[in-house]
Ligand binder design. Structure first.
Ligand SMILES: [Zn+2]
Length: 313
């Protein structure tokens, strides 16, 4: 059913097909536009679906989305390279890697520096050009790209990508078809079963509606992967680049009505005001608590972001 001519209400689960009627609902407001959305949880498989789904998501992506100021970008780059090093430990030797939705290509650059042959995809030519120009990486623009009849990869990465896609099972199936024998798919997504999600509810930083169209728990991700012919080999929750910050922003949202203002300031989407001194004070107070909560949630398997390793099932 069309809403206001440009958004579609989700009636059924895009993974298992069950009707979403009667599923638990989490109300949330987009912090960029102020538009109200809901996440409805599939009563059958547990996947969460953002509804309604805007016909055009471009107005919901600020120009500065995921573009951080230089010092934040530098810290993120170091943490991403640390993460890539962990992936490489699972392989006896460097092979071929594909990252679907690779952003500026920093992870592929890190893999290449470890001897891997790499290529990536992005959804527009302009985005593909960023990785191509910054790191000289071979890039494709969706839906064109590597084909299963002549391209196979030892490692396929979907990092903070799957939750943005309207049909995550199709994306996993595509990745499965491109996987070399013995290869692995690494999927990084927010964890709707995390302590942070339970605390934050509609104000959870990583809910990020409507940019996040689908919301995973460990078990609902496993069910979606199974539909794509994949099984979960391992799940990890250590995420220093996402989890402590997520706690800070989520606590500020819940207790101080911050509405992700800290994030908008760090992205350069809003100008600093005198009153933002209170936000900085909040960061100073909440920051140490956030680090402790994040570390405890990792130890208990309830971290805000999970990284699953998938293999052919
Ligand atoms: Zn379902």
């Amino acid at each position: 059913m069309s809403i206001a001519g440009d958004a579609v209400r989700r009636e059924s689960c895009g993974s298992c097909g069950a009707t979403l009627d009667g599923g638990r609902r989490i109300g949330s407001r987009d912090y960029v536009t102020g538009t109200a959305f809901e996440v409805v949880i599939c009563p059958s498989c547990g996947l969460g679906w953002t509804t309604p789904v805007p016909a055009d998501l471009d107005p919901y992506y600020p120009r500065t989305y995921r573009r951080y100021n230089p010092w934040v970008a530098r810290v993120l780059s170091l943490l991403y390279r640390w993460r890539v090093g962990r992936w490489c430990r699972g392989f006896a030797r460097a092979g071929s890697a594909l990252e679907l939705g690779c952003g500026d290509g920093v992870m592929l650059d890190a893999l290449r520096s470890r001897g891997w042959q790499v290529c990536g995809t992005e959804r527009t030519e302009a985005m593909a050009a960023t990785a191509r120009e910054r790191y000289g990486i071979r890039m494709y623009v969706d839906p064109d790209g590597p084909q299963p009849d002549h391209d196979r990869f030892d490692l396929i990465v979907l990092f903070q990508v799957l939750e943005h896609l309207a049909d995550p099972v199709a994306a996993l199936s595509r990745a499965q078809s491109l996987l070399a024998d013995g290869g692995r798919i690494v999927v990084g997504v927010p964890n709707l079963a995390s302590w942070q999600a339970a605390f934050g509810q509609g104000g959870w930083f990583h809910l990020d509606v409507p940019r996040h169209l689908v919301h995973f728990t460990p078990s609902s991700l496993a069910a979606a992967a199974a539909r794509a012919g994949l099984r979960v080999e391992a799940v990890g929750y250590i995420s220093p680049e996402h989890d402590p910050f997520g706690w800070v922003q989520t606590i500020l949202n819940r207790f101080a009505g911050n509405a992700n203002r800290l994030t908008l300031l760090l992205m350069g989407a809003e100008r600093w005001r005198i009153s933002d001194g209170l936000t900085l004070l909040g960061v100073a107070v909440v920051g140490p608590v956030a680090v402790v909560l994040a570390a405890a949630s990792w130890a208990c398997g309830r971290g805000a972001v999970m990284e699953a390793t998938l293999v052919r099932g």
